[in-house]
Design a protein around this ligand. Structure first.
Ligand code: F6P
Length: 501
């Protein structure tokens, strides 16, 4: 059944982008869609009415709207773990009991922020937020995007087990002024707990007698945090049904809410809720996350694109590609269908990227003339994030727009070295301003797009068993239980630590 739909999609005529514009004067109006302060320009993709129609049929055959309803209703859509995926409930969209629970936990978080603000727990002006993956990437990205630089709290997000990440923070920070925030859904992650122990030692060495009194824990396993030593009153739980890479909306957002103000966190949730409503209520032909996913699938399955590149033409959004890598690759990097059968389509593209204009002078050569076809995503913000001569911001945006135009138009030359093939697709997201509400909508857009991609692929985007084996092997290597791993790995270990270590 769906094979027919994929065949219809693969049989679509491959019309060059410039011809699509010539044929349809309304193309920009139809594929330039606005929502929650963001203009999404999908007109420089190869989607046209026929392609959209073909993908709508596929989406219907894959029961997209039924599956979206199940997601928001809190049904156990994460079938391999028998769990719901209720990040929507964190922003008020979903199963009423889960929405109420999330609101109650947010209130608890707000109350703790108010207590910290009174100073009774200590005279804190610095926050070390420890976490990794979904427990770090969102808070770090958001803080970089929204900080103005004049906040009361200095925030350092540390994730890596590499001591070179934590040490400079400890050298810079003052133990008595530091609030330690330990963010871990499971509260078992080795990197985070090792770093947490190191921060407590640092506090003790500085003469602090009760370092655990300066700790807040953000987790879906509060008992584990209490057992580790965190006082229950400073444990901020979130629901087990909120996945790590979808958890910024839960208490995992605590450090940002404290550093930038709780109202910033509320705006983030409100922006995401706007996108939730758009995704739930808009027909597929105008549904922005769905259309973006249609383009993703078109390039992955029809044009054989293995990667998608994301360039933020705004320094403040410099960590967005990292965040999206986890969201998309950990969600949709799977080899089996929901039924556990081999996936016969390409799973998530490899997401990579950087900031413009820097990337133009480093990697854009391949985008313009390489043999790989790479769909590109540009992000830019109309309101500047700096107060220098407006020439800076104008130059930034003009470069962004010019790159999309050049990729599409190309330029013919008799000299093959100087020939630009063109017909290379891009999507541009133009944000009116970079505020919490707009970022909330932006991230929710990416979540829903990831979900639609998973539905079209018939995979489960909410588990991540692929990361477990490496963790087990690291533990086995550390345990050195007399069961050596392969000869190459043993040699590496011997060279690093000496034989028998
Ligand atoms: O190893 C992958 C992963 O489980 C991610 O899914 C998660 O975001 C990250 O590790 C951190 O996990 P935790 O929040 O439980 O410490």
């Amino acid at each position: 059944m769906t094979l027919d739909h994929w065949q219809a999609i693969k049989a679509l005529p491959q019309i060059p982008l410039t011809s699509l514009f010539e044929k349809d004067a309304g193309r920009v109006a139809n594929l330039g869609l606005e929502q929650a302060g963001i203009y999404f320009d999908l007109s420089k993709t190869h989607l046209d009415d026929n392609a959209i129609q073909a993908f709508r049929k596929l989406a219907d055959a894959m029961s997209l709207s039924v599956k979206a309803n199940a997601l928001f209703a809190g049904e156990p859509v994460n079938i391999s773990e028998g769990r719901a995926a209720e990040h929507g409930a964190e922003r008020g969209t979903g199963n009423p009991a889960s929405v109420d629970n999330a609101a109650m936990l947010h209130q608890r978080m707000k109350s703790l922020i108010e207590v910290i603000e009174t100073g009774v727990l200590g005279d804190f002006t610095q926050i070390i937020h420890l976490g990794i993956g979904g427990s770090a990437l969102g808070p770090k990205m958001l803080h970089q995007a929204l900080r103005l630089g004049d906040e009361k709290y200095e925030l350092a997000v540390v994730s890596n087990i590499d001591g070179a990440a934590l040490e400079p923070v400890l050298e810079r920070f003052t133990a008595s002024k530091t609030l330690l925030v330990i963010a871990s859904k499971t509260f078992t992650t080795a990197e985070t707990l090792l770093n947490a122990g190191a921060v407590l030692d640092w506090m003790r060495e500085d003469g602090i007698t009760d370092p655990l009194g300066q700790v807040v824990a953000l987790t879906a396993d509060p008992d584990q945090a209490v057992e580790w030593g965190v006082d229950e009153t400073r444990v901020l739980p979130f629901s087990e049904s909120v996945g790590g890479r979808y958890s910024l909306w839960s208490s995992i957002g605590f450090s940002v809410a404290l550093a930038l103000g709780y109202e910033v966190f509320e705006d983030l949730l409100a922006g995401a809720a706007m996108m939730d409503r758009h995704f739930q209520e808009t027909p597929l032909a105008q549904n922005i996350p769905a259309l973006a996913a249609f383009a993703d699938q078109y390039y992955a399955q029809v044009r054989g694109c293995e990667t998608r590149a994301v360039f933020a033409y705004d320094e403040r959004l410099g960590l967005l590609p990292d965040y999206l890598q986890q969201l998309e690759m950990e969600s949709n990097g799977k080899s089996v269908t929901l039924e556990g059968e081999p996936l016969e389509l390409h799973s998530s593209p490899i997401v990579w990227g950087g900031v413009g204009t820097d990337a133009q002078h480093a990697v854009f050569q391949l985008l313009h003339q390489g043999t790989h076809l790479v769909p590109v995503e540009f992000l830019a913000v109309i309101e500047p994030g700096d107060s220098l001569d407006p020439a800076h911001h104008q130059g930034l945006l003009l470069n962004c727009f010019a790159q999309g135009a050049a990729l599409m138009a190309g330029k013919k030359s008799d000299d093959s070295h100087r020939n630009y093939q063109g017909d290379r697709p891009s999507v541009t997201l133009l944000l009116e301003s970079l505020d919490a509400r707009t970022i909330g909508a932006l991230l929710a857009f990416y979540e829903h797009r990831t979900f639609v991609n998973a539905v079209l692929l018939n995979i489960n985007p909410f588990d991540q068993f692929g990361v477990e084996l490496g963790k087990q092997m690291a533990n086995a290597l550390a345990a050195d239980d007399g069961n050596p791993l392969d000869a190459s790995t043993e040699e590496l270990k011997n060279r690093a630590f000496g034989p028998g270590q």
